[in-house]
Write a protein that binds this ligand. Structure first.
Ligand code: ARG
Length: 580
């Protein structure tokens, strides 16, 4: 697809040899008010170099570019040159590009580079609660964005399957455990033991001591401890996998913390030999004073490892295994300081690639009424329950809207729309913001929601069904062949059609921006805009008119809108239903 901004930069560079083309490109703006054109070039900064008043420079450039066929008009307004693109060129380029459903928005800029992304990473024997949805859903979308840009992306699930909490869990089980209860409802039951452990330990501190000893035994291969730990892990994975299946999310590796325990000694030795490990209050730490950070604890007084020790081993393993270009961690903002410390420790160890490690933080979710999510208090909403509730609620709405639909269609659609609604809602907010989970916002079919965008996709699909396969095939062929006789884009230069075209044109840039900023909500917002714009076009215009040429052009735009919405939803990890 022609990049009009680059074309403008080229055209200006031909006239203004005083300034490098890249600088010119960087100066081009998109005016707030589209009446001022599609792009604008401000000339203020040129006054000094060219010893001329900015409006005169603008006038000069405008005059020289007036004849260029790419532009409908090039106009000087004060110190600006305003560019109005040739609408038919924009429409033709955009619709042809969006016809390629699988290719639109994709590029190969990342080819040959590997990105490792650590996301979801729930903790064994703890619930996969609604707070985890953030890491899971944001991480999956960032994976899809980079995959679309041609990177080879390794999705890794850093399961929390190791640490002192397993000492507590095993103790709690030994005191109060009942196997039948656990088999029936594993995580909820284990969680209730864990909660009880914390309550009883408040009154009886010897429990904490017992838990510490149990973890020590686990770390040193105690037979019964290892057996229980494995059992808890298996039961937990079974539950996590049910959620991943519902969400349609996969991983390339489930390398949990336990995998790295065997690799830690090498790094502890390395820290010692480099003189980085010092004793402080009984623990072994790396001092980070020079960065104004608290020390990073590497081993506790009894020699046992901590989260950070395992993360050092993890990062080195990822570099050695994947030779990553970037190593991403999608983890809650509570761990921001922790990751800053981790990068500094790696840097002090001499790993220059520490600069390629990125923490992608996100804010917290609260529930309606301001309840918080805390595992310890046992006050937890399970993600699986939320997804199932979304599916149930959606089933009712779909039934109401489609009284004649078959049960099978209703069930299938309820799943796609219900799960999609939760995921879309999650990705609607800028990721760093805390937000409140509210059902009326998640499932609103008319708001800026997943169901609304999916509904618009189904509407496009329905328009194309009504147009008929023959018409759609003919339009596709005409677009692909650039046959301006068969598909006349002058029907699309009017208000709402052209606004829609411009949004579709912007889509590949949006994908790039969202990836660069690790911010899927940029895509979410853009496809809401496209959906709203398509609906306006749908209401303003007769798409299936008796005028064959006009109909072909409008069908072409509908194909482009449908493809862009489907691709955009796909990048969020949301399905695009044909009917709703
Ligand atoms: N399991 C951790 C938690 O729930 C997240 C792990 C993130 N990944 C990492 N390599 N530290 O807080």
């Amino acid at each position: 697809m022609i990049d009009f901004k680059t074309e403008i930069a080229n055209a200006i560079a031909n006239e203004l040899t005083e300034i490098p083309k890249d600088d010119i490109y960087g100066m081009i703006e998109v005016p707030q008010d589209s009446k001022l054109g599609d792009y604008a070039f401000p000339c203020f900064r040129l006054a000094k170099i060219m010893r001329k008043a900015p409006p005169l420079i603008a006038q000069d450039i405008a005059g020289k570019l007036a004849g260029n066929a790419l532009f409908e008009e090039v106009r000087q307004v004060n110190a600006y040159v305003n560019f109005f693109m040739n609408k038919k060129a924009v429409i033709g380029e955009t619709i042809a590009a969006a016809l390629d459903k699988d290719g639109f928005g994709r590029s190969d800029e990342g080819s040959g580079k590997t990105i490792v992304i650590d996301f979801s990473s729930p903790n064994i024997a703890k619930p996969f609660h609604i707070g985890h949805i953030r890491s899971t859903v944001i991480g999956n979308s960032i994976y899809k964005l980079y995959d679309a840009l041609g990177y080879s992306v390794v999705r890794t699930n850093h399961l929390g399957d190791y640490g002192t909490q397993f000492g507590k869990m095993i103790c709690a089980y030994r005191h109060w455990g009942n196997d039948a209860d656990i088999e029936r409802d594993p995580i909820r039951t284990l969680l209730s033991y864990y909660t009880r452990f914390h309550e009883e330990a408040k009154m009886d501190p010897s429990l904490d001591e017992e838990a510490r000893k149990t973890f020590y035994d686990l770390e040193h291969g105690g037979e019964d401890e290892v057996r229980l730990w494995k059992w808890f892990s298996e039961l937990s994975m079974r539950e996590f996998n049910r959620v991943y299946d519902l969400l349609g999310i996969e991983f390339d590796a489930y390398d949990g913390e336990s995998m790295y325990t065997g690799m830690m000694q090498r790094h502890i030795d390395d820290l010692v030999s480099k003189g980085l490990l010092v004793e402080s209050e009984g623990a072994n730490v790396v001092m980070l004073d020079e960065f104004n950070m608290p020390p990073a604890i590497i081993t506790k007084s009894d020699g046992s490892s901590v989260y950070c020790t395992r993360d050092i081993a993890t990062a080195v393993y990822r570099k050695e295994t994947y030779d990553f270009y970037k190593n991403l961690y999608v983890v809650a903002s509570q761990q921001s300081l922790y990751f800053k410390q981790l990068w500094k420790v790696l840097e002090k160890m001499g790993y220059e690639w520490a600069k390629d490690c990125v923490h992608i933080p996100f804010g917290m979710v609260s529930l309606e009424g301001g309840q918080t999510l805390s595992t310890r208090k046992g006050n937890v909403v399970f993600l699986e329950d939320v997804l199932n509730e979304a599916i149930d609620k959606t089933r009712e709405i779909i039934k109401e809207k489609n009284p004649d639909a078959s049960q099978e269609m209703i069930d299938e659609t309820a799943k796609v729309v219900g799960v999609g609604a939760v995921v879309f809602n999650e990705l609607s907010n800028s990721k760093i913001k805390d937000y409140e989970f509210r059902w009326d916002q998640v499932l609103n079919f008319d708001g800026e929601t997943g169901p609304y965008v999916q509904y618009t996709h189904a509407r496009c699909a329905s328009v194309l069904r009504k147009a008929g396969g023959g018409v759609v095939a003919a339009a596709s062929k005409a677009i692909a062949g650039g046959d301006s006789d068969a598909v006349d884009y002058s029907y699309l230069t009017g208000g709402s059609a052209y606004e829609l075209v411009k949004l579709i044109y912007a889509f590949p840039g949006i994908v790039k921006e969202a990836a660069e900023k690790y911010e899927p909500s940029i895509v979410t917002r853009h496809i809401v805009d496209i959906a709203q714009s398509y609906n306006k076009f749908y209401h303003d215009e007769h798409i299936l008119t008796s005028d064959e040429k006009e109909q072909t052009a409008k069908v072409a735009l509908t194909i482009a809108a449908r493809n862009t919405i489907a691709t955009g939803l796909g990048l969020l990890g949301v399905k695009a239903p044909e009917r709703m």
